[in-house]
Design a protein around this ligand. Sequence first.
Ligand SMILES: NC(=O)C1=CN([C@@H]2O[C@H](COP(=O)(O)OP(=O)(O)OC[C@H]3O[C@@H](n4cnc5c(N)ncnc54)[C@H](O)[C@@H]3O)[C@@H](O)[C@H]2O)C=CC1
Ligand SMILES: O=C(O)C(=O)CO
Length: 356
Amino acid sequence: MAQPVAIEVWNPNGKYRICTQKKTILSVEDIVALIGDKCDGVIGQLTEDWGHTLFSALSKAGGKAFSNMAVGYNNVDVNAATKYGVAVGNTPGVLTETTAELAASLSLAAARRIVEADEFMRAGLYDGWLPHLFVGNLLKGQTVDVIGAGRIGSAYARMMVEGFKMNLIYYDIYQSTRLEKFFLKANGEQPVTWKRASSMEEVLREADVISLHPILDKTTYHLVNKDSLAVMKKEAILVNCSRGPVIDEVALVEHLKQNPMFRVGLDVFEDEPYMKPGLSEMKNAIVVPHIASASKWTREGMATLAALNVLGKVKGYPVWSDPNRVDLFLDENSLPPAASPSIVNAKALGLPVSKL
Ligand SMILES: NC(=O)C1=CN([C@@H]2O[C@H](COP(=O)(O)OP(=O)(O)OC[C@H]3O[C@@H](n4cnc5c(N)ncnc54)[C@H](O)[C@@H]3O)[C@@H](O)[C@H]2O)C=CC1
Ligand SMILES: O=C(O)C(=O)CO
C-alpha cells in the first residue's frame, strides 16, 4: 500500500495555497493524494509519470494547468492532458547554454581522461611525469557530431567549433536553420568544415565525438544500439545529455568492455536513478547524476517559467506567442508579461495567443 504523504502547505490562509511534498520521486499515488479534491494547477518533475490517471485526478479537482519543470516532456502524455482540458507547460530556452556546457565538459573530460587521472592522483599513485601517462585525444581538427540540432545541440556545436576548432556533422530530421545561419555568418573563414548528414550511419562512421541532443520519443528510443555502436570508430567519444533511453545501455556496457579506448560521458541513464549492471565499473565511462541543467541561473529560470505557466492559466491569461523568446519572463526588475510562457498543447486546446 502507498505510504501516506506528508504534505506541507505554504501560504495556508492566502488566495493561492501551495502544497509540497519532500520526496525525491513522487509516485502516481503520492501525486493523487497531493492533488486532493481541490487543485488549480500543478508544477511537476521529469521523474513523474503524467498520464490519464493524474490528468483525470487533476481535472476532477478543478485543475486546468500542469507544467513540467523541464524542457523535455517525454514523461507527459500530452494527448491525455488535452483530453482532460489541461494545459501542459515546459521551460525552453533557459536550459540551452547550461546543458550544452555540461555536454562540452563531458566531451573534454572524456577526451582528456580527467576523472581517471583525478582518481589516480587521489589514490597516491602519481610518482612522476611519464610520456604515456593518461594519453587522450586532441579535439582540434577532429570531427564532432551532433544528433538533434535543436536549441541545445546547436549551442553545443557552436562551443565545440568556436572553442576547439572541430569540424562538424549534424544529423536532425529537420534542417537546423539556427545552426546553419551561424556557419554562413562565419564567411567561411573558420578553419572547420561542416555538413548535414543524410543518415545516422554517415554520422557514426565519421565522428570522433558524438553528442546526443534529440527529444526522447519512439523515433529516438535506442537510437544508439549494438548495431550503431559497431559502426563507430574504436576510439570515439559518445556523450549523452538528452534522455537515457536514447542509448541501449546494456549494449553500451558491452561495447565499453570490448573497446577500452571508446569513451562515454553520461548525464542520463536508461533506468534513472539506476545504472545498468557493469556501467559503474567501467573506467572508460564518466557518469554524472542528471545535472546538465544545474546552474543557479538556469534552475531559477526553470522554476520561474514553470510557475508562470501554471499561474498564467489559473489567471486566464493567453499563451506567449514565441516560447523561444522567454527573457521577458526572467527579468527580476520588471513584472512578467501577462501570459503563460510555454504551453505545448496550446493549439490543441484552442488557447488564445498573447498579442504582446
Ligand atoms: N540532461 C539534461 O539535464 C537535459 C536534457 N534535455 C533534453 O534535451 C532535449 C532537447 O532539448 P532542446 O534542444 O531544448 O529541444 P529542441 O526541441 O530545440 O531540439 C530537439 C531536436 O531533436 C530533433 N529530433 C527529433 N527527432 C529526431 C530524430 N529522430 N533524429 C534526430 N533528431 C531528432 C528535433 O528536430 C530538434 O531539432 C530535451 O527534450 C530533453 O529531453 C534538456 C535539458 C536538460
Ligand atoms: O529540462 C530537462 O529536460 C531536463 O532534463 C532538466 O534538466
